[in-house]
Design a binder for this molecule. Structure first.
Ligand code: NAD
Length: 469
């Protein structure tokens, strides 16, 4: 892997800060040019990106398109089409006490922002925030994850070719580069990754009072009620779980199913895996690989609990550490205390737990940290309202998994330990913008009322004007 020489970083940052000072990224034409550049970069090099993603994660070309390249193109086009409208100053009512006058909110760029990407969707999670950052008129430094080196190298090469070098820079490297960058003052930091590093990022940001967006993870529960179309539920759950070999922040982490449908759901899920990946998923072009040996070993450890197998293996099979092939694995009869139910799985292991009813499922979810996503499969509108009203999570999918992240109008982000702040579509534009409050008044007339000395008569009028008479 190439790595940006350390000495270059101060130089790069000085160049970008100069651009911020000159207002280089403010004009809408600059923003549109960067969005066009990003689009061209992705369209013209989609095969190169697909190759890099296959190298890093064994992603199939179809998956690379659906979850990275195509996803980003949709986002770019959505944002570009609406950008002028989002930039239009937003009029707000001016109260009596400040009349005559006009008030409005105007979005302005924050300045220079740092984007730290994660490895599981290395292109989407690095360039996606960039779409929002440049749309909002910021200069940006990207630091993709070192754990997806081929994708990082591809982005490093293309960003320099297609985007304004005085406005956007990509710095390759690992923890040392991230640490070096975090010591610098930025106007915003956007981080995607695990909770532990999220804390480090927030601490570093606090030194400069830099606002942060943290896109973190956690265990996303999937509740399956008794009254559902089980084959459809099973297909959707299995698809969302085994996509990218389970290395998806919004993948269903575990299933809580009504005891009465437990066995049927297991059978339907095994059937769905067979249909998607065949009897030998290792041979399927559509099933990915674990990112590295460390994560492979971490997943192996999750299959054990106190020296015994974790639960009953409903589906699984041979693994291959050399090629980092970890098969789709479904576990039943899992103890809530098992490690696989304590930490985020982030791999192709799906524990399924039976519950008496959905009340128990809701209590279970509420006894644990707030997740990034929560899924409910049910046709019962009352239960749906209860789950929405009684639980908290970054997002919710009802009768589907992961797909809510593809709706551009919906904010994507966590709550509590699953993160803070959000992006996608307008929400990303807002995240990277400052909402400047403006009141403009004329100078022809000037009521004396607000100026001292405050006589009783003036106070009476003021109280009346301010609505507290
Ligand atoms: P990672 O190891 O790729 O790290 C993410 C970024 O943090 C990288 O750029 C890395 O260089 C940097 N980093 C790592 N250690 C650092 C340190 N000590 N100091 C400063 N920077 C450091 O990613 P990860 O943490 O393995 O990602 C997996 C986690 O991310 C999972 O928990 C997953 O759920 C979560 N995730 C969340 C989202 C989301 O959008 N909410 C998306 C993907 C992944």
């Amino acid at each position: 892997m190439t790595s940006t020489p350390m000495s270059n970083i101060p130089e790069i940052l000085a160049r970008l800060r100069r651009s911020v000072a000159e207002g280089r990224a403010r004009p809408i034409e600059w923003r549109r040019r960067q969005l066009d550049g990003l689009e061209a970069l992705l369209v013209e090099h989609q095969d190169d990106f697909a190759r890099a993603l296959a190298e890093d994660l064994g992603k199939s070309p179809a998956e690379s398109w659906l979850t990275e390249i195509g996803f980003l193109l949709t986002e770019i086009r959505y944002v570009r089409k609406r950008l002028a409208r989002w930039l239009t100053p937003e009029r707000v009512r001016t109260p009596l006490a400040t009349l005559p006058g006009r008030s409005w909110v105007q979005r302005e760029p924050l300045g220079l922002v740092l984007i730290l990407g994660a490895w599981n969707y290395p292109v989407q999670l690095t360039l996606g925030p960039l779409v929002a950052a440049v749309a909002a008129g910021n200069c940006a430094v990207l630091k993709p994850s070192e754990l997806a080196p081929a994708s990082a190298a591809e982005m490093a090469q293309r960003v320099g070719e297609y985007l304004d070098r005085d406005g956007v820079a990509l710095i390759e490297g690992g923890v040392d580069r991230a640490t070096e960058l975090l010591a610098e003052p930025f106007d915003a930091i956007f981080y995607t990754g695990g909770t532990a590093v999220g804390r480090i990022v927030m601490q570093a940001a606090a030194r400069h009072l830099t606002p942060v967006t943290l896109e973190l993870g956690g265990k996303c529960p999937c509740l399956v009620d008794r009254n559902v179309n089980l084959p459809v539920a099973a297909r959707r759950i299995v698809w969302g779980k085994f996509l990218n070999a389970g290395q998806t922040c919004v993948a269903p982490d575990y299933v809580l199913v009504d005891r009465r449908r437990h066995d049927e759901l297991l059978a339907a899920m095994v059937d769905a895996v067979g249909r998607f990946y065949g009897r030998e998923p290792r041979a399927s072009a559509d099933f990915g690989r674990i990112v590295n040996r460390r994560h492979f070993q971490r997943l192996e450890r999750l299959l054990e609990h106190d020296g015994s197998p974790t639960g009953r293996v409903i589906l699984g099979g041979d693994r291959d550490a050399d090629s980092r092939y970890f098969p789709p694995t479904i576990l039943a009869d899992v103890s809530p205390d098992a490690p696989v139910m304590q930490e985020e799985v982030f791999g192709p292991i799906l524990p399924v737990l039976a519950v008496e009813d959905m009340d128990e499922a809701i209590r279970f979810v509420n006894s644990r940290p707030k997740p990034l996503a929560l899924y409910l499969f049910s046709n019962d509108a009352r239960l749906r309202d209860r789950v929405l009203g009684e639980t908290s999570s970054g997002g919710v999918g009802i009768n589907d998994v992961a797909m809510h992240t593809t709706v551009p109008g919906l904010p994507f982000g966590g709550v509590g330990p699953s993160g803070m702040g959000a992006y996608h579509g307008r929400h990303g534009f807002e995240t990277f913008s400052h909402r400047k409050a403006i009141l403009q008044r004329g100078t022809r007339g000037d009521f004396n009322l607000r100026y001292p000395p405050y006589t009783p008569a003036k106070m009476r009028w003021l109280r009346r004007l301010l609505g507290r008479a």
